[in-house]
Design a protein around this ligand. Structure first.
Ligand SMILES: [Zn+2]
Ligand SMILES: [Zn+2]
Length: 424
């Protein structure tokens, strides 16, 4: 049957490199990889109008969130009120421009860019091809770097931290910000990579007749990491999206290990040095991450103390261990199917939870912007916060540079049954 070999039906799993033929999907269902169960493609009702609607609404909420006061605090007759824009301004005035830049990029810049890109890409506008290509590529790469919802969690944690000292109130911008977080998450969720790329350019022709159930590497094909096109292994530049690539990421292990080592080296001072300085009635006191957790615990805020402990101490250390283990395991020679499956679960967990470690950095951003009551009580960021932010960013890069297909390459191919799971 010739029709069953059209390019748009074939896909190489980005996680385990298994060649699979996509079934015709009903709207609202998804196809996952029969070997590692990664979602390969989801089919949405109204695949263009829905993301456009969410993105437009999100941008409107972002505008509202920047116009009005965000949160306020009253302590002993003194009151302080901040807007979203004042948070980075305060950090700049404290000589923490680097933290302010990270804050602006992750919390506002990246999500705003992504929403505008989604809106333009799904609109019927005739954009020049290089612009469309470039925007789709950047959108796909920036996906995990938007941290609006993590910042919101940081705001809630700072509320709990400050409740003991004064009255906390929310401004008119707070609710729009919450809505912005939800809407941008929904917009990302229902944007489908393959649909978006199909609008940029059609899939290139298949290099050969693919065989289902065998890895791409063994039949001389590779998946384009950017647009999911199936290409010949020796084709270095993808004709559809123009991105460079190899059958396996070049020097993947070396890069991952280098980034991992750097983050471990920074993690030690990040934990020993103060992340913020509290000035109360003329006394200056620095506090480390662990000291913050202990203080919250002794104040009786057990759930928040646990959240910060898990996000700032457990997750980064477990993530470093997991990445190290993945690198070590790839070098090993265990060939069992379930081993690779276990490693795959670890990899997914590491990629998903890593960014949430940023929560403590955002807590410091909110605290230092809001608590400025002169000598009565003021909070300033300290070097530890910057080091910790670097650790989170480096471990995120370490997870990105790791090629998950390496863990599956050791598994002997066997004809995997063509089973697809349906339903949302
Ligand atoms: Zn797979
Ligand atoms: Zn491509």
């Amino acid at each position: 049957m010739c029709s069953s070999h059209h390019a748009h039906q074939w896909i190489l799993c980005p996680q385990c490199d298994l060649m699979t033929q996509l079934p015709v999907l009903l709207p609202g269902s998804k196809a996952s990889c029969p070997r590692c169960h990664t979602t390969l493609h989801s089919s949405w009702v109204e695949p263009l109008r829905r993301p456009a609607g969410y993105a437009l609404a999100a941008l409107f909420m972002l505008l509202l969130a920047n116009l009005f006061p965000f949160v306020n605090m009253r302590v002993a007759g003194l009151s302080s009120e901040i807007s979203m824009m004042q948070i980075p301004q305060v950090m700049v005035s404290e000589d923490y421009s680097s933290l302010a830049t990270l804050f602006m990029l992750f919390v506002q810049g990246v999500p705003a860019f992504c929403m505008i890109a989604i809106l333009l890409l799904v609109s019927p506008l005739k954009l020049p091809l290089p612009l469309k290509r470039g925007m789709t590529r950047i959108l796909m790469q920036l996906r995990s770097w938007g941290m609006a919802e993590i910042f919101l969690a940081g705001v809630l944690v700072s509320f709990v931290k400050l409740m003991a000292y004064g009255d906390i109130g929310i401004g008119s911008s707070f609710i729009p910000w919450c809505l912005f977080c939800v809407l941008q998450l929904r917009a990302f969720q229902c944007i489908e990579r393959r649909v978006l790329w199909q609008r940029v350019a059609p899939l290139p022709a298949l290099p050969a007749r693919p065989v289902a159930g065998i890895s791409g590497l063994r039949q001389g094909m590779r998946s384009c990491s950017c647009c999911t096109a199936v290409l010949a292994s020796d084709r270095l530049v993808c004709p559809r999206c123009g991105s460079h690539g190899h059958a396996r990421r070049k020097h993947s292990l070396q890069w991952t290990l280098a980034l991992l080592l750097t983050s471990i080296l920074l993690y030690i001072p990040a934990n020993l040095m103060p992340i913020m300085i509290t000035e109360a009635l003329g006394n200056k006191m620095g506090s480390t991450i662990m000291a913050g957790v202990i203080l919250l615990w002794s104040d009786g805020s057990y759930p928040v103390a646990l959240v910060i402990f898990i996000a700032s101490i457990m997750v980064p250390s477990l993530k470093m261990l997991a990445i190290g283990w993945l690198c070590w395991d790839v070098k090993g020679d265990s060939r069992h199917h379930h081993d690779s499956e276990r490693m795959h679960k670890i990899y997914e967990m590491v990629e998903f939870v890593g960014r949430w470690s940023m929560i403590d950095v955002f807590v410091i951003a909110v605290l230092s912007a809001l608590v400025r009551m002169g000598r009565l009580m003021s909070i300033y960021p300290a070097t530890g916060a910057l080091l910790f932010a670097m650790v989170v960013i480096l471990t995120m890069f370490a997870a990105i540079t790791f090629d998950p297909r390496l863990t599956w390459d050791r598994v002997k191919d066997k004809s995997t049954e063509e089973s697809f799971s349906d339903g949302q």
